[in-house]
Design a protein. Sequence first.
Length: 332
Amino acid sequence: MDKFGFIVHPRSLEDIYAYNKLLRFLPPPIIKEVLKHVPAYKLSDISTVRSATGQEITGCIIGCNLLPQQILQLNPDFVLKKIINAAKIAERLGAKIVGLGAYTAIVPDKGYSVAKNLDIAVTTGSTYTAWLALEGISECIQERNLSWEQLNVAIIGATGSIGSLCTKWLCPRVSKIIMSARHIEKLERLKNLVREIHPRAVVIEQDAHKAIKEADIVITTTSAPEALLDINEFKPGAIVCDIAVPANVQVRFKERKDVKLFKGGLAKLPSEVNFGISLGLPKGLVYGCIAETMLLTFEGRFENYSLGDDIDPAKLEEIAAIGRRHGFGVGW
Ligand SMILES: NC(=O)c1ccc[n+]([C@@H]2O[C@H](COP(=O)([O-])OP(=O)(O)OC[C@H]3O[C@@H](n4cnc5c(N)ncnc54)[C@H](OP(=O)(O)O)[C@@H]3O)[C@@H](O)[C@H]2O)c1
């Protein structure tokens, strides 16, 4: 049976405390220092995953013990070494492809350096994650009898791996795209690229708070380790798809019943799977990045699939078709 590996890391100190309650009594700086020295290890074996075609695969989860802020702030060579060590464990355990979860997919160069140091394939899972988010929004739009071409869409984190795929796919379909991120040069480059392909209204707004003001649809997909936006900031009736892990949108004090906020980029599995650890998601759902790793394993596509920021948008339709063939759907 073909096997895949998947690398995870704690999303916050809460994940560490959930692992051992007593750790709450240690000062966070000490926990963070200790984490730097904990080697990667196998967290669990994943039970058989059965596709709608009847094919079966198996997998394992490897823990890379760094918090999001550490992955972003520590020396990139040190972080890369930790991620490679984690991936090599999956390789030794017989995985033919390894998926990079959450921030391990981002640092230092969205999978390229990890792939160079392994004899097995690597994917960040960005393509299927982007597709699941777009498909989820399409379902919400249909429910409201709206169509893409009427709508203004803001993409917060537009220049990233997932954000740029969403931008390229949406550009020919919507009324206006508001692209937001911190670095202007990357935004200008993407704007020129999408304008060349489709002469639609594309605007840049570096301030995320301003970018969402007039948006009917908002996709948040930044790698900010803390929430950037509050539910109360959105336009009345907005559809907000938060792909980011940890979340980019926080809901405090007051709910907004008119705003449809959902966690985007999740997949519904075709069969019951025991991951051996909690992924922090409702039963039957997985992150798009794990789902993409599974789908490539079902297909025997042991190739570096989603790496870097410039993924070919044609891959969106390809991975969507593969997902449908194996019975995967949008997870809610
Ligand atoms: N739901 C899922 O299944 C799933 C799967 C994979 C990944 N993810 C999550 O999706 C998110 C994006 O992943 P990715 O691989 O696309 O990341 P990425 O390639 O690093 O892109 C991040 C984007 O966010 C922008 N950004 C970063 N920090 C920001 C800040 N403080 N304020 C505003 N913009 C900021 C970046 O541009 P600038 O640096 O110029 O600001 C870039 O445009 C992450 O949270 C990741 O954990 C979710």
